[in-house]
Design a protein around this ligand. Structure first.
Ligand code: G16
Length: 539
């Protein structure tokens, strides 16, 4: 380790006095001006991780759905998955070390994680379109250079594109080519093959309006447009040329507010969707002829995909399951379990938890209600499907295997990907001849409400049972239980956010009015029992 370089460069990226940040749901997130030392140190950590696992590691500068003023950074593990939990701890230690302790902390990490500093290291870097991202990714490079490693800076990419690149690189191209062209070609080829098998087409079915949250999704979709077949015509809105990132638009806004984004002109029954700021989430929606807004969230996306896959897998002896979080609408879980007869598992919020659980099955469909999700196929399932395409004599069965093979290639199995998910959904709708209204009508969502409350320290809330019950502060869960009893078909829970300085509240009930009332009452309980800041929440 070049101690002189470490000392010199860490002085250029000083840690603000008294600041403590934690590697949360999706890495570090905070106001951009607080992050320079964090991204520099994550450059250091990426090198250590790369040396530890002898593979290329990804590092993405983004704060996804957070406001434009925020930023963040997260590391991507060798197969494109989120950083291993044991290293999240090292990330937090390194991020919070005082400058004079940096060398000691690095040495400790090397000892605990058996890092051989003499090994080679390689890191892929990506960033979103936030004004602060370019400078922060330069600080990442400083960190990489201090510990001496190779890097490739992809510049502006969506988060899932960076995950994809890392996986391609570490599988020596088996997963695809580690270039943007490689990504566009792989997805569009699989999409076109699928669409060829569809017998339904209509002028209206071709068009899709996409709100890109004024983020990176707009740039990348424009780049990808020439690769799209004529069967799909996309119209890009909120492309970042006029308004601020995520401001009154994007998947998070649409899901939380349950209303259409600004900047997108929506006619009755038109199929529309929203990406989030770094294009790893997607939700669909439409407006009916009476002007009512219909949201089709991650739960309904998981349901559509599960119906499609289950039909194709009917003759295969594969274990399929859906993974959700506590935010999943009660009626989606009921539909999946009771009507579709697919096992459903509930895990903690955060793609890393869903991904991990989904890996236990031959086919694991995972989606958060907020539209973050994908499908994982086990190696065994994938090999068998590819073999059936080559060897199956029965035409119908071979066609089914072919569809599955193209699905495997179309879905970004490294992480939730708005572009890939959108193409999967468009292909399924076309193949099944379903309109957005028919898709929406699969089941009716229970009315629900999401709220946030600011407290002095959100860590006072500790949860259990996949975040469905609060252990602390004392009395909070008892209060929630009593409130829930007042309403029919009701459920509520609270949890500290891992990406924003807030406590999140979710409630559902038989009517919207009751869901709103329950969410409000729970938010007051949080405010009073967990140290609320400012004025109590108002309805
Ligand atoms: C991130 C995570 C998601 C999570 C969301 C909200 O999304 O990747 O898994 O659902 O944050 O997390 P929390 O409720 O803990 O703030 P994104 O799209 O912002 O990266």
């Amino acid at each position: 380790m070049d101690l002189e370089a470490l000392r010199r460069y860490s002085a250029l990226h000083p840690k603000p006095a008294g600041l403590t940040l934690q590697y949360g749901t999706a890495g570090f997130r905070s106001r951009a001006e607080q992050l320079d030392h964090i991204v520099f140190r994550m450059g250091l950590l990426a090198i250590l991780r790369s040396k530890a696992v002898t593979a290329t590691i990804g590092i993405m500068v983004t704060a996804s759905h957070n406001p434009e003023e925020d930023n963040g950074v997260k590391l991507v593990d060798p197969l494109g998955e989120m950083l291993h939990p044991s290293w999240e701890e090292y990330a937090t230690q390194l991020a919070n070390a005082e400058e004079q302790e940096l060398q000691k902390v690095i040495t400790e990490i090397c000892q605990k994680a058996e890092v051989n500093l003499h090994k080679d290291a390689s890191v892929f870097i990506g960033r979103d379109t936030r004004p602060s991202s370019k400078k922060l990714s330069q600080s990442v490079i400083d960190g990489i250079q201090v510990l001496g490693g190779q890097y490739h800076d992809y510049g502006l990419v969506t988060t899932p594109q960076l995950h994809y690149m890392v996986c391609c690189q570490n599988t020596q191209g088996q997963y695809g080519k580690a270039t943007l062209e490689g990504y566009y070609e792989k997805l569009s080829k699989a999409f076109m093959e699928l669409i060829k098998q569809s017998h339904c087409s209509g002028e209206n079915q071709k068009h899709l309006k996409i709100d890109c949250a004024n983020g990176i999704g707009a740039l990348k979709l424009s780049e990808m447009k020439p690769y799209f077949p004529q069967e799909v015509v996309i119209h890009i809105y909120n492309d970042g040329t006029k308004e601020k990132l995520n401001h009154l638009c994007g998947a998070d806004f649409v899901k939380v507010q349950q209303k259409p984004p600004g900047g997108l002109d929506m006619k009755p029954n038109e199929r529309c969707c929203s990406f989030d700021g770094d294009a790893d989430r997607i939700v669909y929606y439409y407006k009916d002829t009476a002007g009512h807004f219909h949201l089709i969230d991650g739960d309904k996306i998981a349901t559509l995909i599960s119906i499609f896959l289950k039909e194709l897998l009917v003759k295969q002896d594969f274990k399929m399951a859906v993974v959700q979080t506590a935010y999943a609408n009660g009626n989606s879980t009921r539909y999946l379990q009771e009507t579709l007869k697919v096992p459903v598992h509930c895990v903690k919020t955060g793609v890393k938890h869903l991904h991990h659980k989904a890996q236990e099955f031959d086919v694991g469909v995972y989606f958060e209600a907020n539209g973050h999700g994908t499908v994982l196929f086990s190696k065994t399932a994938e090999t068998k499907i590819r073999q059936l395409v080559k060897e199956e004599k029965d035409d119908e069965k071979r066609e089914a295997a072919k569809m599955l093979e193209n699905m495997i290639d179309l879905i970004n199995q490294t992480v939730g990907d708005a572009v890939s998910d959108m193409l999967v959904i468009e292909a399924i709708l076309a193949l099944k001849g379903l309109t957005v209204q028919q898709w929406d009508a699969l089941y009716t969502d229970l009315p629900n409400r999401l709220l946030k409350v600011q407290v002095a320290d959100r860590r006072v809330i500790d949860t259990t049972d996949a975040e469905r019950r609060a252990l602390t502060p004392p009395g909070l869960q008892e209060k929630i239980d009593a409130l829930v009893k007042k309403y029919k078909l009701s459920r509520a829970f609270v949890r500290p956010s891992g990406t924003e300085d807030v406590v999140r509240i979710y409630a559902e009930a038989d009517t919207q009015e009751n869901a709103d009332a329950l969410a409000h009452e729970v938010s007051l309980a949080v405010f009073h029992l967990a140290g609320g800041k400012g004025a109590p929440p108002q309805r």
